[in-house]
Design a protein around this ligand. Sequence first.
Ligand code: ZN
Length: 337
Amino acid sequence: MKATCLLIWLGLGGAALAHGPGLASDFGGRRVLFIGIDGCRADAVQAAMERGFAPQMKALGEAGVFTRTCYAGGEKNTPTHQPTVSGPGWSSLLTGVWADRHHVKDNRFLGARFQTYPHFMRRIKETKPAAFCASMADWPPINDFIADGSRVEQHEFLDVKFTATPDSSRHFIDNPEKDIEVRDVALKTLRAQNPDAMFVYFGSVDEFGHGAVDSRASFSPDSSLYLNAISHVDSHIGELLRAMRARPKFAEEDWLILITTDHGGRGNSHGGDSDDERNIWLIAHGSHLQKEELLTKPAGQTALVPMIYRHLGITPKPEWNPAPPPDPVPPQPADKP
Ligand SMILES: [Zn+2]
């Protein structure tokens, strides 16, 4: 059965038509492609690159930066501490703040504070209303909670919002297929639109880590099934990069490409504070990267949004990041994915 897909293309009228390829943007042609791979453990992505499973990410990391000095889970023994699960992880990656501010403690998103600490694309849109922002994901909370929860009075800030909805009758096992749907909408957007910022999320690697697709797989560099799942996503990334480089006036464009994950894993699970779960990685490619700093200085998941703003030439306002509110929600047990 073909699962129900939600695809919203919003017409923006004359303002969007003024937006073209190349330098024709509010950001002088600077653009962002942010790719998220759920549950992709750091030593496994490195093994995948070294063993020929991930040639696209390997080449991008060699031309830019591949670093394993990044971390999920906030700062231990502080109010920023958060479990290494997807809800808090993607919330931090997309808002630039930890759980002391966004208040997401698990995958239920109870008490989330996205109105105060919104998705970075809402800030882009507030700064430049004609900017073109796109989000494609096959884990529905990315768009349903983080993006929609950031809207002001239901005002949509995403020009493309695609959620490939998992087929509940098949639990998670159809995620590889959903990644293909996500890839195809991202390809269509790169070919037919002129995005200033795109977020493209692939969920299948995490499902392999959990053993949900094949019970022999696990979050480990020693699991060939897990490395194979990384390889599939790597091939999707290759197609995205080819479509990006084939854009008219690509030579004029200045793309920041970021690829990272929300958490690692141990055995078939994650959520805890082990190095295998907290230590993550980042591939960054772009013209204004502070490479030495990225390679040597530990960077939390909250460091990516500032990198995006810097690339686009957006100066964050102090009121975008007010002091954290008191925490009314006690920590909840972690659950998947
Ligand atoms: Zn998971």
